[in-house]
Design a protein around this ligand. Structure first.
Ligand code: FMN
Length: 360
């Protein structure tokens, strides 16, 4: 099934492989597209991936979680982003952009000394950051920022937009009972914790129109005590589907979780596809395509996930850092990616750009 065409919402993917959003550290210091970033995407397009999703792009300067990330919080970025999409399209690739606000996982040193903002002031034991709870006006401002970014993404030629609603960043923080302790329109119970995402989705949809693919990457489980669990997560996905969402990517974890989105040391087939149990739940409740991400390395495991109906699309991140042409190699008969999940590619501080340290 992996190399079957797969179509949804006007997108025709040559296969069922998706490049999950992967921060590249290849934008310049101000967040503009660089030649190095374009080259990376050209390599991915030549490598045969069905759909690629950019590393998280910033919708508002108050949500910066890392340096040299793509930015889309002003119209000045459109021109560079258009260059990126044109390069991919000229190689017949499909490219979506992931939109993020880092919330409490943003660093004051990257915010001109300002506090990180979040639904509630919940101390992050992993980063040692105490965020400031957002005011109502601030929340609406960020809703608008997501919508404006989606508008820019469409103008810049992206084939789709993905909301980063996973991994403990702002959208995920509003959904999660662990990070959202508010008692107002934005939090207090399940219904109110959904409001931020609901407003973001509605505002984005209004900007891009009904015919444009909007997707989300979300946690099925925060993998932390008191966090979001799959029962609630899938209900959120169903509500978004009813509102017109086009696809959902299933992930898990946040900075503070003991188990994170990118789990290390996957050494056996049993350790692969570590979120497949969640994919199964999402698939059982949704009609829109479900992308599953997390630890898939072997073609036979990916095929098994598809055959068992645990996902419609297979998302991979780390293996493509090492082998951007992995889809072509798979198609030619390669069984397993070379990636050993050492997570050396996540040493953002010390790497000039995100790359596979095994190849250094
Ligand atoms: C270097 C690196 C950067 C990442 N950047 C992002 C990102 O920008 N947005 C996102 O949603 N996930 C990001 N992730 C998580 C991946 O998309 C993916 O969920 C995770 O690595 C598990 O998939 P894998 O086992 O195929 O790598 C990143 C992971 C790595 C290793």
């Amino acid at each position: 099934m992996l190399f079957e065409h797969f179509s949804f919402s006007g997108l025709d993917l040559g296969n069922r492989l998706v490049r999950s959003a992967t921060f590249e550290k290849r934008a310049d210091d101000d967040g503009f597209v660089t030649e190095s970033l374009i080259e990376l995407y050209e390599d991915l397009a030549r490598g045969g991936i069905g759909l690629m999703i950019t590393g998280n792009a910033l919708v508002h300067p108050s949500g910066r979680s890392v340096a040299q990330m793509l930015c889309i919080h002003s119209d000045i970025y459109i021109q560079g982003l258009r260059k990126l999409t044109s390069a991919v399209h000229s190689l017949d690739g499909l490219i979506a952009i992931q939109l993020v606000h880092g919330g409490r996982q943003s660093f004051p040193i990257l915010l001109g000394g300002n506090d990180a903002i979040a639904p509630s002031a919940v101390y992050d034991t992993s980063t040692k950051i105490m965020p400031r709870a957002m005011t109502d006006a601030e929340i609406w401002k960020i809703v608008d920022a997501f919508a404006d970014a989606a508008r820019r993404a469409r103008i810049a030629g992206f084939d789709a937009v993905q909301i980063h609603g996973a991994h403990g960043y702002l959208v995920s923080e509003f959904i999660s009972p662990y990070t959202n302790r508010r008692d107002d329109y934005w939090g207090g119970d399940e219904e109110r914790r959904f409001h931020f995402l609901e407003e973001v989705y509605k505002a984005m949809r209004k900007e891009v129109g009904e015919d444009y693919p909007l997707m989300i990457k979300m946690n099925a489980d925060d993998l932390i005590e008191g966090g979001l669990k799959v029962e609630e997560a899938v209900k959120i996905a169903v509500r978004l589907e009813e509102m017109g969402l086009d696809a959902v990517e299933v992930s898990g974890g946040m900075y503070e979780s003991s188990q994170k989105a990118a789990q290390p040391d996957i050494t056996s087939p049993e350790e692969e596809a570590y979120f497949r149990r969640f994919g199964k739940v999402f698939k059982s409740k949704l009609k829109i395509p479900v992308m599953l991400v997390g630890g898939m390395r072997s073609q036979s495991i990916m095929e098994d996930v598809l055959q068992k109906g645990e996902a419609d699309l297979i998302s991979i991140a780390r293996p493509l850092i090492r082998e951007p042409d992995l889809p072509k190699k798979f198609e030619a008969g390669k069984e397993k990616a070379d990636c050993i999940s050492c997570n050396g590619c996540m040493d953002f501080q010390n790497l000039g750009v995100v790359k596979c340290i095994q190849l250094l």
